[in-house]
Design a protein around this ligand. Structure first.
Ligand code: SF4
Length: 85
């Protein structure tokens, strides 16, 4: 991750949080909810979310989104058309 792209991280509400909350070994709904609650208060949420989507971050909570939510955001329902046989 190039430093010039992530200067906004210094303003992140998660800076003083346990990294395990955002990058857990075993994700769970309660852990995701706690991380998202912190993201909801974050002044750089939009920058963080935009970066994670652009960079294709595949792990952890970024910008209030789980990896699955980021994938759905990049490939919304219906984007793939069925193959014609
Ligand atoms: S949006 Fe969430 S993950 Fe991103 S910097 Fe803010 S608190 Fe951290």
């Amino acid at each position: 991750m190039p430093l010039e792209e992530t200067g906004w991280l210094r303003g992140g509400a998660c800076r003083s949080s346990d990294p395990e909350l955002f990058f857990p070994l075993a994700p769970s709904p309660p852990q995701e909810a706690r991380a998202k609650a912190i993201c909801a208060t974050c002044q750089v949420l939009e920058e963080c979310r935009s970066y994670a989507l652009r960079a294709g971050e595949s792990e952890g909570i970024w910008g209030g989104l789980t990896p699955q939510e980021r994938r759905r955001s990049r490939f919304p329902a219906g984007w793939r058309t069925p193959a014609v046989s």
